[in-house]
Ligand binder design. Structure first.
Ligand code: D41
Length: 677
């Protein structure tokens, strides 16, 4: 079938348009059209190419993915060797580098030599070859002389143009750069792998290198890879500027992606400034970097300087302190966090990593610990990135000594000796010590005095921490044993404010069962659950004696919460604290339990809730209605008194209206609750 001239022209113009927007989006990071419009252009091109397959060319934007898997990697020779980089690790070493450069160029040591500085991307070095602007070859660095042919894979990376933009490029142009995986993409990739039970990558560098070494380009296409160009290789049939900075600028004009963080700096001071600046921003970049690369900007100087043993004399990598190191696990201990979470921690043979000496690393939780199978005596890789807590990345299996044992979770809290429980399906094990556990003390105390709990005005976080530090308070009952003198002894506490605080402590003694329950800080017992429990049982003693089955009868309480409540009250120390609080005068009015005598202003009224509520969750609303004696059921019948509706209601509302049942909206029910409270 012959192709109409108009179609040929349309295909050409569509390709140009797509390349233009592709460059804006993937290379310049500045899209001009919405994704949907870009997709529309692509679909239009695809449709024409399907109709006229003879129009398909390898550099068409549609041809990134779709190639068949290859049988094996071919070897390619680099026309110009891909050099390696020398490293320095300190300012002194960098100054020495600069001095050598200046001396060879017969310049004074303090000469303001211009250097092109760019971050050192932690990925895989590749070479891309363009013939008459078309991408014809992609290769790994390999040993610098020979690499692997990865053309089929680099084509799938959107930041790699299949065809150069604009005009004036040399007929043969080889560029070199780094393929890397941005952190966000890496995290997602590993998350997906974990979900599917597949192997995860240790770091973005391995993930990038591994992705390039796929025989099936369709797999590579699914990997979130990116590319930055940092130099040129062979150039024929054309000329490039005579400064490295200008070459990079020219490459960008031709549609190649250069790092926006690069900067032309001057002399040692300029280099050090850049190093510090990038170092500070390292954690906020989208990708991992492991240092800065400096290149003498003038090509004339570069030629004069030449090479020593495969590394240019005109370039240097100034590395950041390593973020990963190897060390020995001397012990595995368990730490108790504020909420009682028991976290395994590896005690390490001290190692210098990420700029500090690290002797502890988190193992997150038992699942992580078992997944990584870290044992005492193992050699491990520890990672400390930025200000993040150091973590054990993986063990080195080959270095495991004989006779190691898998780590087991302690049965008792290492801080307070209470039982440690792990509820099925949860990664975290917790200490049941609650208020009596020192590790949980400060946080629990802060919760106990908070506004919605015992509401002790003037007892702020700082003061609690001081009082805990000085051993003045350990458990909530200690608060009621404080004297004005104790308080006045704390920093920045005047006598007058100490007296005021004593007054508000005294005032807090008169409270409600629901506030008291909430203040105990039982996990997942929030305000609403506390209110439900208080209303349902009426008396604290009944709650303390209830078993798990019984607790589940309480509206708003499921099996997990029930077992938490039960475990909390089963703990001797918690019972003691409660006794003490009551002895100290904390009191509330106990009421008749709802479950026997269904009392309250809404007693006997049956509610059905439907739709999404704006001011509170449906569970919360349910708890409030129940607290006032009302009953909440799931389906509308002749017995229903009220149907409360929120947004997005369904058939229940219609049914209620048909049956002539009173329907009220959210404002209406709020009013009803207010009137009856
Ligand atoms: O970011 C990098 N990883 C990077 C690597 C960079 N920004 N510049 C580099 N420049 C060179 C020379 C000076 C030899 C052109 C490099 C590398 N080489 C390199 N990457 C892997 C080996 C060498």
């Amino acid at each position: 079938m012959t192709v109409p001239e108009a179609t040929r022209e349309k295909v050409t113009s569509l390709r140009e348009e797509i390349r233009f927007h592709n460059n804006l989006y993937h290379v310049l990071d500045a899209p001009e059209i919405p994704d949907i419009e870009y997709d529309r252009l692509m679909r239009e091109l695809q449709a024409l190419e399907t109709e006229y397959p003879q129009l398909i060319t390898p550099d068409s934007p549609t041809q990134r993915v779709g190639a068949e898997p290859i049988a094996a990697f071919g070897t390619v020779e680099h026309y110009l060797p891909m050099l390696s980089l020398n490293n320095v690790f300190s300012e002194q070493e960098f100054v020495d580098f600069h001095r050598r450069v200046a001396a060879r160029l017969e310049l004074s040591a303090d000469a303001d030599i211009a250097y092109m500085a760019d971050p050192k991307f932690d990925g895989a070095a590749v070479s891309l070859q363009f013939e008459n602007g078309k991408l014809v070859r992609g290769a790994t660095r390999g040993d610098g002389t020979r690499g692997e042919d990865i053309t089929h894979n680099v084509r799938t990376i959107e930041a790699v143009p299949l065809r150069l933009l604009g005009k004036g490029f040399p007929s043969m142009l080889e560029v070199r750069g780094e393929v890397f995986m941005p952190r966000a993409g890496f995290a997602k990739l590993n998350e997906r792998a974990r979900e599917k039970g597949e192997k995860t990558f240790v770091n973005p560098r391995n993930a990038a290198a591994g992705s390039l070494r796929q025989l099936d380009p369709r797999l590579t296409a699914e990997r979130p890879l990116d590319f930055y160009v940092y130099s040129v290789g062979i150039v024929e049939g054309g000329l490039l500027p005579d400064r490295h900075s200008e070459i990079l600028h020219q490459l960008q004009e031709w549609g190649l992606k250069v790092c926006p963080e690069r900067r032309l700096v001057s002399g040692v001071d300029g280099c050090m400034e850049y190093y510090a600046d990038i170092g500070n921003r390292r954690d906020s970049l989208d990708y991992d970097i492991d240092g800065v690369v400096y290149k003498v900007d003038r090509l004339e100087y570069q030629h004069e300087l030449g090479f020593i043993s495969r590394a240019p004399r005109w370039a240097i990598a100034y590395k950041f302190p390593a973020q990963e190191e190897m060390t020995l696990v001397e012990n595995i201990e368990f730490q108790v966090g504020r909420t009682g979470a028991v976290t395994p921690v590896a005690r390490l043979k001290p190692v210098f990593v990420g700029g500090v000496t690290v002797s502890n690393a988190t193992l997150h939780n038992m699942d992580e610990l078992h997944r990584k199978d870290v044992r005492i005596g193992d050699t491990v890789i520890v990672r400390r990135a930025g200000d993040v807590i150091p973590e054990v990345v993986q063990i080195i299996a080959g270095k495991r000594p004989k006779g190691t044992k898998p780590v087991r979770i302690p049965r008792k809290c290492p801080v307070c000796g209470s039982r440690v429980v792990r509820i099925d399906g949860e990664a975290v094990a917790r200490c049941t010590g609650g208020l009596s556990c020192a590790a949980q003390r400060s946080e629990s105390l802060k919760h106990f005095v908070s506004r919605k709990a015992l509401d002790i005005e003037g007892l702020g976080s700082k003061l609690i921490e001081q009082l805990v530090l000085h051993g003045r308070i350990k458990t909530p009952d200690d608060i009621y044993k404080l004297s004005a003198t104790d308080i006045a002894a704390m920093e920045r506490m005047a006598e007058k404010s100490a007296e005021n605080l004593i007054a508000s402590i005294t005032k807090s003694k008169q409270t409600t069962l629901s506030r008291f329950l909430y203040g105990l800080g039982i996990r997942d017992v929030g305000e609403a659950t506390a209110a439900s429990l208080a209303a349902y049982y009426g008396k604290l003693a009944s709650i303390m004696e209830a078993d798990v089955e019984d607790l589940q009868e309480v509206p708003d309480v499921g099996p997990i919460v029930a077992s938490r409540i039960q475990a909390f009250f089963a703990e001797k120390q918690n019972r003691k604290i409660i006794r003490e609080l009551i002895n100290d005068g904390v009191t509330w009015e106990e009421v008749a339990p709802q479950r026997t005598a269904n009392s309250g202003p809404l007693a006997g009224k049956i509610f059905v809730l439907t739709g999404t509520m704006r001011s509170m969750s449906r569970d919360e609303l349910k708890a409030r209605i129940q607290a006032l004696g009302g009953k909440v059921t799931g389906s509308v019948s002749m017995k229903t008194d009220f149907v409360v509706y929120g947004d997005k209601t369904g058939s229940k509302l219609t049914k209620a209206q048909n049956l002539g049942i009173a329907v009220i909206d959210e404002d209406g029910v709020n009013k009803l609750l207010l009137i009856n409270n």
